[in-house]
Design a protein around this ligand. Sequence first.
Ligand SMILES: [Fe+2]
Ligand SMILES: [Fe+2]
Length: 347
Amino acid sequence: MTEEMRRNLMFNPKGDDAVAVRTIIKGTTTGLFNLNATKYPWAKSLYQVMIGNFWVPEKVSGLKDDARMFHSDLTKEEQTAYKGILSFLIFLDSIQTVNLPHFADYITSPEVNLILAIQAYQEAIHSQSYATILESVVDSNERDEIYYFWRTDKTLLERNKYIGQIYQDFVDKPSDATFFRGIVANFLLESVYFYNGFAFFDTLVDHMKMLATGRMIAYIRRDELTHVTIFANIIREIRKEFPHLYDEALIREMMGEAVRQEIEWGKHILGDRIPGINGETTEGYTKWLANNRLAMLNIGPLYPEAVTNPYKYLDRLQDTNGDKGNFFETTVVNYTQSTSMNGSWDF
Ligand SMILES: [Fe+2]
Ligand SMILES: [Fe+2]
């Protein structure tokens, strides 16, 4: 029988913020953000990185060139993929902005609540960046078509509904089981769902197309990678502090479903006529990525055969960490230094 979960009180004079009794969930905090005493060093490190990653879409130049290129240089298939992928990314960032505070209400560590608030702010900035892209690149009558593509695209609608329902189940009935499932869903969204879309934009940039969009996507990816790390850490702390809530079989099952949906969507929206991308690379990349993400949780590979990244040649534009296998062991600062934003991205 799964236990109900109780939302944090706004102000709880009977609470105790002491590090010795602090837990990631189910603690009794006063409601104060006492950030001088912290229990989770990873949260402190991530705070530094996330603040250091500050950016705003309005400062990214070159969208006028992208607008010209969109109409003159992209093939019909590339235009369709560009719009469809943006539609899914718009959904992901919209739902994260709205969803995160619901989960934060049950986190009982102020240092983790701090970075979840920053994450929600970043997701909102990502939404603004899509608006900035649409404003500049596509015709005005196409904007709503992109926002609401799921109204006519069944594959996208199914994906969006699947993600929305897991979060909704938790909000409607907060319990140990719906919470853990929701946390895993957050991890999958941040760690898998974005990345075939990112690979598409990287491929365009590799062909010297849509460079401003590509640069904005690179900033978004840099943020998303900190979000992956947040949720991987939350899952690891739950495993440590509340082992009875931890469910590795569920993680593997949900990852399998995420991979299935991601491949289906990738093949559907990218097709086989975009240079550098086809059904095979989409499948290989998604499975390879899934193995890597599971490794962050010390879970063995779901697809042992998927040992190579078909987009390795795009590494300079991708979520390169130098040493993927050690992604989680490297310090957060190292990890940031090795992203493309501080490396070879120099347009
Ligand atoms: Fe985002
Ligand atoms: Fe995110």
